[in-house]
Ligand binder design. Structure first.
Ligand SMILES: O=C(O)CCC(=O)C(=O)O
Length: 241
């Protein structure tokens, strides 16, 4: 479990007056005086949370799935046919995306970004129970999921926010990780020095809500030491109207 110190060291956060709320909550404050709360010491439930007080913005559940559940889901998804290799056009040059991906949608909701039109496919049986669980636990009716398959550490996703118009103004995104542990970096858009790193391991869930997608951006950098595959699913609630 990443500790409070690991999560916040070097990113400008400091403990604020030692005020504790309940058993394990501690308020922190950045150099600009923004108040946040973080929760630690409960490895079974949650690792660290960054909050726009009083609304949670980022919550990390390192052991969200049991090892067995995570293993089964990982092999079921890895075995699916149809992981797509798409390309993007950057300044007139075509580049293959450094990962494979696919788009699950309950009712044919579409998704397009940077000129890529994702063809919706129904949620496979292996994902239906987890879709219901993540939805009910977060009080959000997730109806789609973007799946990313990182074949090894050469695959990555660049800095971006999940802020497509169909997601609404302050979307909740629930991000489930399977397979190899990869670093997930998140930084304040207008102040890159304010950043955090989460090591997203097999079976973990990271939930971003509130103003996270407006104010922060995230990425998965390449990792020279990673030779294993990883699958990430970001559950999203798309409003089609
Ligand atoms: O792989 C991850 O953990 C992040 C994926 C992501 O940022 C996205 O799908 O928008």
């Amino acid at each position: 479990m990443a500790s409070y110190a690991q999560a916040f060291n070097g990113s400008g956060w400091r403990s604020f007056g030692g005020s504790m709320i309940g058993d394990a909550w501690q308020r922190t404050e950045d150099e600009a005086g923004h108040s946040q709360l973080c929760l630690f010491n409960d490895p079974k439930k949650i690792d660290v949370a960054l909050l726009d007080y009083p609304e949670p913005a980022i919550r990390h559940f390192p052991n969200y799935l049991s090892p067995r559940e995570a293993d089964d889901l990982f092999s079921a998804l890895l075995g699916l046919h149809g992981w797509r290799q798409d390309c993007i056009n950057i300044y007139g040059k075509v580049h293959p995306l450094p990962r494979l991906h696919r788009w699950f949608a309950e009712s044919g909701e579409s998704y397009s970004w940077s000129g890529i039109e994702m063809r919706p496919e129904p949620f496979p049986v292996s994902l239906q129970e987890i879709l219901a669980r993540v939805s009910s636990e977060n009080n959000v009716k997730f109806n789609t999921a973007l799946g990313n398959l990182y074949r090894d550490g050469k695959d990555s996703v660049a800095w971006h926010s999940d802020d497509e118009p169909g997601l609404g103004p302050n979307p909740t995104i629930a991000s489930l990780s399977l397979g190899a542990t990869r670093r997930f970096l998140i930084r304040k858009k207008n102040q890159h020095k304010q950043s955090m790193t989460f090591n997203l391991s097999h079976g973990s869930l990271l939930v971003m809500s509130g103003s996270t997608q407006v104010e922060w951006e995230h990425c998965i950098p390449k990792s020279a030491s990673c030779a294993e595959a990883r699958i990430n699913l970001t559950f999203r609630a798309i409003n089609q109207s």
